[in-house]
Structure formats: C-alpha cells, structure tokens
Design a protein around this ligand. Structure first.
Ligand code: ADP
Ligand code: MG
Length: 184
C-alpha cells in the first residue's frame, strides 16, 4: 500500500459539483481508500484560460502501482467528460498525481512529484492544509514554497465537512466497495 496525493481541478460545467463527485468516485474504487480531502478552493486559471477553477487535494492509500493509478485517473477524467482540444485547455476534470509515496518517477508520460506542483498555489495551499509538515522528496518542506505563489489568487470556498471512515478491516475488504466519504 502506498500513500499518494492527487490534485483535482475543474473549470467547465458544474465544476464544484464535479470535484465532489470525483472524490466519491475515487472512494468507490476497491483499490483506493480516501484518507482525507482538503477544502475546496476557487482559483484563478494559471497557464490556462476560461472561468475560475475549483481545486482540492485528496490523500489516499492505494494498492495500485503509480502507472495504474495514472491510468485510473485518466479513466475517471474521461467519465467526467474530459476533452483535450489543446494544451492547458479548460477542463471538466483534471486529476494529477502530486506525490506517490516517496517515489521519484521521471518517465515520458509520468513525472512524480508533479513537476509544477511547487509553482502552483492551487496545489500547495490545499496540500499544506492537509499536511502542514509535509516534506517533498528532494525539495524540502512544502510550505516553504507558499510565499513564492502568494501572487496567485486563491480563495477557500468550502471547508471540508466530510467524515472520513476508519480504515476498512480485512472483513470489509471482501464486501461490496462502499462510498467512504460523503462530501455532498
Ligand atoms: P495537465 O498537465 O494540465 O494536467 P493533462 O491532464 O492533459 O494536462 O496531462 C498531460 C499529460 O501529463 C498526461 O497525458 C500524463 O501522461 C502526463 N503526466 C505526467 N506526469 C503526470 C502526473 N504526475 N499526474 C498526471 N499526469 C501526468
Ligand atoms: Mg492532468
């Protein structure tokens, strides 16, 4: 099992609702336990265009290797109507792997830690909310980067009200996967 952090973002359609639904979708995967979810933030598009984004960060535990987790993220993005008409286009849902355990991965289609995470308030602020003392592989404390992104507009729109369930017991593991968070 590996602890991973995903960055979620959306600025097309009912973006705020999409984030909630996407967290439920993640929690329903039998290969994933959602351990925590940050508040939802409204943010200015960075390297993108269109309406403001809604963003949050999810901490999860997974049995999936990193590449399979990326495939699952792409699959869920597609389920939520993600299209890629051009680079950095507005999107119904973006799921990025920010951290995968202490792994450093540098492959053509998967780079972890996410290469731009320390340049983006919409990643750093919710991540540090979840893990105030988080240490990034080879980069030090996550909160040390927040001053550098202070010019990026970000506003908390919803404190997380979700109750995150205790870890499932071995008996639960054979049961029908259930939603472990209720963020609606
Ligand atoms: P964005 O970079 O804005 O998130 P996309 O979601 O379209 O854009 O992702 C572009 C590509 O980035 C994906 O095809 C994926 O293979 C690659 N990628 C590399 N590293 C990561 C990562 N850590 N998390 C998610 N996607 C990644
Ligand atoms: Mg992405």
């Amino acid at each position: 099992m590996t602890i991973a952090y995903l960055g979620l973002g959306a600025n097309l359609g009912d973006a705020r609702q999409t984030l909630k639904d996407a967290v439920v979708c993640l929690a329903q995967q039998h290969t994933i336990s959602v351990l925590a979810k940050s508040s939802v933030y409204r943010t200015a598009p960075i390297d993108s265009s269109g309406d403001d984004y809604f963003n949050c960060v999810v901490k999860l535990e997974t049995s999936l290797p990193a590449r399979s987790l990326l495939r699952l993220c792409h699959h869920i993005e597609l389920q939520f109507g993600r299209e890629r008409p051009y680079r950095n286009a507005p999107r119904t849902l973006d799921l990025d792997i920010l951290l995968y355990g202490a792994s450093s991965i540098d492959e053509a289609d998967l780079v972890v830690p996410h290469p731009r995470m320390t340049e983006r308030a919409f990643v750093l602020v919710p991540l540090v909310e979840l893990e105030p003392d988080l240490i990034l592989p080879q980069r030090g404390r996550a909160d040390a980067f927040i001053d550098e992104v202070a010019d990026q507009r970000i506003e908390k729109v919803a404190a997380c009200q979700c109750m995150v369930a205790a870890q499932p017991s071995a008996a639960d593991a054979t049961a029908t996967p259930s939603t472990k968070t209720d963020c609606r």
